[in-house]
Design a protein around this ligand. Structure first.
Ligand SMILES: [Zn+2]
Length: 212
C-alpha cells in the first residue's frame, strides 16, 4: 500500500486525536488502524539475505547510488565500535545520541528501487546501495516521484573498509556480547566467501524502471 501524502496524515491524526478527546476511543482506534502502514510494511518485508546485501554493496562499490557518498557496511562499523566503544559508540537500535553519527551518515543500507509497498521485490536487480540519509529520505517513494536519478556505479575503488573488518573483529571480540558474536560470525562467513567472480554482472538500471 503506498503511503498517503503527508497532508493526509495530519488530517487523519487530527480526526483520530479529536475522537480521543471526546472519549470515543473505539472510533479513534479504527482511524489509527487505517494509518498502520508501517506495521503492514514490516509484515511484508522479508529479510534480505546477507549474501545478497553484500553483493549489492560490492557491485555498487560501496557508494550511495543516489548521492555518491562513500559508505561503510554496518558490520565493519560495529566491529570498530567494539574496539573503541567510547569513541565510536553503537546502540542496537541506532539510538541518536548514543550511536556515533558515523552510523547515521555513512552506514551502507539497501534501498528498493521499486518500493516494497508498491510491489517491489528483494531481487538484487531491485536493490541499490544507499547511504542512511538518502534511504530515509527516499522512504516509500519512487525515483520519479522524488525527481531523483540513479547514479551510475562509481569508478572509485573504495572498498567500504572491508579490508580491515577481520582485524577489527580480532581486536574487538573481547568486548563482544553473545549477540555480537553471532552477528559478526554470520557477516564474516558471508563476506569472506563472497568472491568477486560470483557476482553477476548487473547492468545499470534505467531510472524509468523505478516508476513502473
Ligand atoms: Zn546518499
Amino acid at each position: 500500500m503506498p503511503l498517503p501524502p503527508s497532508d493526509d496524515y495530519t488530517d487523519q491524526l487530527s480526526s483520530a486525536f479529536e475522537a480521543v478527546t471526546r472519549n470515543q476511543r473505539e472510533r479513534a482506534d479504527e482511524m489509527v488502524t487505517k494509518l498502520g502502514v508501517v506495521q503492514t510494511k514490516l509484515d511484508r518485508k522479508k529479510a534480505i539475505p546477507l549474501h545478497d546485501q553484500f553483493q549489492v554493496w560490492q557491485r555498487d562499490r560501496f557508494s550511495c547510488r543516489y548521492c555518491g557518498a562513500r559508505v561503510i557496511p554496518p558490520p565493519v562499523l560495529r566491529a570498530a565500535s567494539l574496539v573503541w566503544p567510547d569513541d565510536i559508540p553503537f546502540h542496537p537500535h541506532w539510538k541518536t545520541g548514543v550511536t556515533h553519527p558515523v552510523y547515521l551518515s555513512r552506514a551502507a543500507t539497501m534501498d528498493h528501487l521499486k518500493p516494497i509497498a508498491l510491489g517491489g521485490s528483494n531481487a538484487i536487480s531491485n536493490l541499490v546501495t544507499s547511504c542512511w540519509p538518502c534511504n530515509a529520505q527516499k522512504g516509500e517513494f519512487t525515483l520519479l516521484q522524488l525527481g531523483w536519478e540513479l547514479l551510475p556505479i562509481t569508478t572509485d575503488d573504495w572498498d567500504g573498509l572491508i579490508y580491515a573488518y577481520q582485524a577489527l573483529w580480532h581486536h574487538g571480540r573481547q568486548n563482544a556480547t553473545n549477540t555480537d558474536v553471532k552477528y559478526h560470525e554470520r557477516w564474516i562467513a558471508t563476506i569472506f566467501t563472497t568472491t568477486t567472480s560470483s557476482i553477476p554482472a548487473i547492468p545499470d538500471l534505467p531510472t524509468h524502471d523505478a516508476s513502473k
